[in-house]
Design a protein around this ligand. Structure first.
Ligand SMILES: [Zn+2]
Ligand SMILES: [Zn+2]
Length: 102
């Protein structure tokens, strides 16, 4: 019997079984994303001053404005997104429109 080959209940939601660990605790991918999102500050849309909503897109956390539907990214996030966009053409149609990083 191996400890490492059995899935364990996520120590955050106690629902999802996972092999994954995050910061030394058993953490499912969803909870890891939530933790990362909760650590980031809320951003304000530069266009209409609406509080933006955090979204997770394939592991990249981005801020989307519900008012103008704009997506705002840090420069390192932007380069990750551009990498994804090269590989994923669906992605390019949906998201790049709002990528008005100034
Ligand atoms: Zn969880
Ligand atoms: Zn906006």
């Amino acid at each position: 019997m191996s400890w490492f080959s059995s899935k364990k209940l996520c120590s955050h939601c106690h629902i999802t079984k996972t092999y994954q660990k995050f910061e030394g605790e058993v953490t499912c991918p969803q909870c890891e994303t939530n933790i990362l999102i909760s650590r980031e500050g809320i951003r304000i849309c530069p266009v209409d001053q609406t509080k933006m909503v955090k979204e997770d897109y394939k592991g990249i956390i981005l801020d989307r404005c519900s008012q103008c539907n704009g997506v705002w990214l840090d420069s390192d996030e932007l380069s990750s997104m551009q990498e994804l966009a090269k590989k994923d053409s669906d992605f390019a149609t949906g998201m790049v429109l709002g990528m008005a990083v100034g």
